[in-house]
Design a protein around this ligand. Sequence first.
Ligand code: DC
Length: 233
Amino acid sequence: MEHFQIAIDGPSGSGKSTLARSVARTLGILYLDTGAMYRACGLKALDLGIDPKDEPRISSMLENLRLDILFEQGSQRVILDGEDVTERIRMPGVSVAASDISSLRPVRERMVQMQRQIAGKRNVVLDGRDIGSYVLPSAPFKFFLTADPEERAKRRLEEMAVRGVIDLTFEAVLADLKYRDHQDSTRSFAPLVRTPDAIVIDTTSNTPEETLAQLLSYLPEEVRSGSGSGDAS
Ligand code: DC
């Protein structure tokens, strides 16, 4: 196998990024978090006071948007117009803006082009909503993660607490998640969808280690042992 891609899709909080990060570490390959790219677009709209659903204004915003994804020792930095926004894109409010802006076709076309460029050159694991269905439809390994909404909201709340955000309620996080689930899976262009060739993993009662073991068990030995040309840089 010359280069291979692992696609991990699923709704918010299903455990995609935790899983993708540990898959990348285990196999010594690159991890591309595609949600971070939509978050950067959403953040720029918020910073400029533009409604992330206003397609004409967002289209002209895109003309002046410079997005660079850097990979440093296996971790991804997001550089927006020269500013490192890796931490800011995780703040509350950015999630919904990212979901809103990601439903616009010009935004998706620009991001998908970058994603394909990054994924074309090396072994890589990508997580998102449309990786297996649209970005890399011929990826040899596709997974679709699910988990109960309450469990996903609990995880998001814990993740935000680790980042120092403690003024969120469970109900607010759950509502935000349901809004994004609905919007991400009903938008007309490249929605969140499970393709028939994706392996479904329900992570509701799994530890991250169990989910990782489950995914690895579906990969052939040549991929697991890293005999394909690993490239984490
Ligand atoms: O994975 P995340 O929560 O960081 O993603 C933020 C939003 O970006 C999500 O609500 C939908 C959008 N997104 C998308 O439309 N397609 C992707 N491949 C990844 C994210």
